[in-house]
Design a binder for this molecule. Structure first.
Ligand code: FAD
Ligand code: NAD
Length: 478
């Protein structure tokens, strides 16, 4: 292994490995440093996303959704399969196989693109030197013209609920339960709480979510959050707002949770408790104090709009920098940085990063919410269209939810799109593309949408922006 590179990337999650591959594609001599190793000591690529995040959670979400389809919905179609049984070990085996396939795929891609792998813990020293400490303590130093920090994030822990990796677990533990807990508590009704709470709730757990805030999903458009609360309640998720967990005690494989709800002291017992109260950047010991890199009091590395840190030639991407902790956001930052290192002044449009909650129905959003526009004093017009009036949604029995489009009142430019319902993520992605091209509500109104498709809800929502939806009575014409 050489010790001098054009680029050294620390971390091979979706931010780091995409950046490394892009750098190599652009002809840069690139190395990636990764500390994660399997029980045999081999490097594990793909970071949180592929190993304990996006992919395994979606595998379980899809398996548990199919289970509910068989249990609750097949009979409507005239299909009688009797009462289905869940084989948790089988479900986990499938999930693990998908993870192995994808992480192995990243390994092959790194190799195929000629990226050098340095196994061990990376630390940035002064002068763009990266110290790599192997598992056996051996140290090597790689020097680079550019260093990209991409060390990702880890779950936040809270003193009243210390995890024991058995009864009280974080998101990683909740992806490996060996049986369906009868009673499941979840601290935090955010993205992870809702996704993993849904997995186990669908398979039969009684799920209670404790949310400290008094608002449900405050980052989503308020109309969407309201619909989501209604749908989740119907699905049996017991979401307690204004509920602060004050303590936990373990006894005979169960946990008693004490909490205050709207100021009142209460307690409840569970077989498993998931702590899902956010994630924090993994930046401890990532760089020396003389490296020139700085971070805020929460551990996020300071970067400019192009992910350059305060140290020349040092960049930071993904979960360790400002913005949403999303795999696709980190990957595109990786591409931007690779292009910039190569000399092309690419920039990322942070206004058009979609976010999705993979519950059923899905929840998806891009751009501004109505409440944000109100707070910013921007004059807007909004239109929404329910799936209950979409032929394809009716044919599929997927009638909960709606698509909502918000446009600037003066220019008609689309400022935001929000959806809860079938294929919400893919429908909102259509609006991401439209917004990237500076599209207006009228542009979408004049497009042809295939029939019968879920996408027709996007077309009708755009028409509804001007009170001109065809397939529902419009409230008022502007
Ligand atoms: P990470 O994926 O955390 O990767 C960082 C890598 O760096 C790791 O491999 C780590 O071992 C390595 N590393 C750290 N420090 C060092 C060091 N000093 N030396 C060497 N290597 C080091 N996001 C989505 O967009 N969609 C989803 O559906 C989604 N689902 C999720 C579900 C769950 C349960 C969780 C926990 C997260 C989910 N996320 C999702 C978030 C997503 O996983 C993260 O935003 C994403 O993985 C961040 O990418 P990253 O490359 O910045 O960091
Ligand atoms: P989150 O920020 O989405 O939700 C955490 C929730 O816990 C919040 O609602 C917060 O108010 C609440 N909370 C915080 N402290 C609490 C306490 N002491 N008691 C009760 N409630 C408390 O964080 P998360 O769900 O842990 O997810 C972490 C990150 O991972 C998110 O930033 C998210 O972007 C990412 N992620 C994304 C996806 C996806 O894209 N589908 C899926 C999972 C995770």
């Amino acid at each position: 292994m050489s010790d001098s590179y054009d680029v050294v990337v620390i971390g091979s999650g979706p931010a780091g490995y995409v950046c490394a591959i892009k750098c190599a594609q652009l002809g840069l001599n690139t190395a990636v440093v990764e500390s994660w190793a399997d029980p045999k000591g081999k490097p594990v690529f793909g970071g949180t996303c592929l190993n304990v995040g996006c992919i395994p959670s979606k595998a379980l979400l899809d398996s548990s959704h199919k289970f509910t389809e068989a249990r609750d919905h097949f009979s409507v179609h005239g299909i009688d399969v009797g009462a289905p049984a869940i084989d948790v070990a089988g479900m986990m085996k499938r999930k693990d196989k998908i993870v192995t396939q994808l992480t192995g795929g990243v390994s092959s891609l790194l190799q195929h693109n000629g990226v050098t792998v340095a196994q061990g813990n990376g630390k940035l020293l002064s002068g763009r030197n990266v110290e790599v400490t192997a598992a056996d303590g051996q140290k090597a130093v790689l020097s680079a013209a550019n260093v990209v920090l991409a060390s990702g994030s880890e779950p936040v822990t809270i003193p009243p609920a210390p995890t024991d990796d058995a009864v009280i677990v974080d998101s990683t533990g909740a992806l490996t339960f060996d049986e369906v807990p009868r009673r499941l508590g979840v601290i935090g009704a955010g993205v992870i709480g809702l996704e993993l709470g849904s997995v186990w709730g669908r398979l039969g757990s009684e799920v209670v979510l404790f949310e400290a805030l008094d608002t449900f999903l405050p980052m989503m458009d308020a109309q969407v959050s309201k619909e989501a609360a209604k749908v989740f309640k119907k699905q049996g998720l017991d979401i307690r707002l204004n509920a602060l967990v004050t303590g936990t005690s373990l006894k005979k494989g169960a946990v008693t949770v004490t909490f205050t709800e709207k100021g009142e002291e209460k307690s409840a017992e569970f077989d498993r408790l998931i702590v899902a109260v956010g994630r924090r950047p993994r930046t401890k010991d990532l760089f020396s104090s003389d490296s020139g890199v700085t971070m805020d009091e929460r551990g996020f590395v300071f970067v400019n709009d192009y992910c350059a840190t305060e140290a020349p030639g040092v960049w930071a991407i993904g979960d360790i920098v400002r913005g949403p902790m999303l795999a696709h956001k980190g990957s595109e930052e990786g591409v931007m940085v690779a292009e910039r290192i190569h000399g092309k002044l690419v920039q990322l449009n942070y206004e058009c990063v979609p976010s999705i909650i993979y519950t059923h129905p899905e929840i998806a959003a891009v751009g501004k919410t109505e409440q944000e526009l109100k707070a910013e004093g921007i004059d807007y017009k909004a239109g929404s269209f329910p799936f209950a009036a979409i032929g394809r949604a009716l044919a599929s029995g997927e009638t909960d939810g709606f698509v909502k489009i918000i446009a600037d009142a003066k220019t008609d430019r689309i400022l935001g799109a929000h959806a809860i319902g079938p294929s919400a993520a893919d429908l909102v992605q259509q609006m991401v593309i439209t917004m990237e091209f500076g599209g207006s509500a009228e542009d979408v109104q004049l497009m042809v949408f295939g029939h019968p498709t879920m996408s027709e809800a996007v077309h009708e929502a755009a028409l509804a922006v001007d009170g001109m939806a065809i397939h529902m009575p419009n409230r008022k014409r502007r």
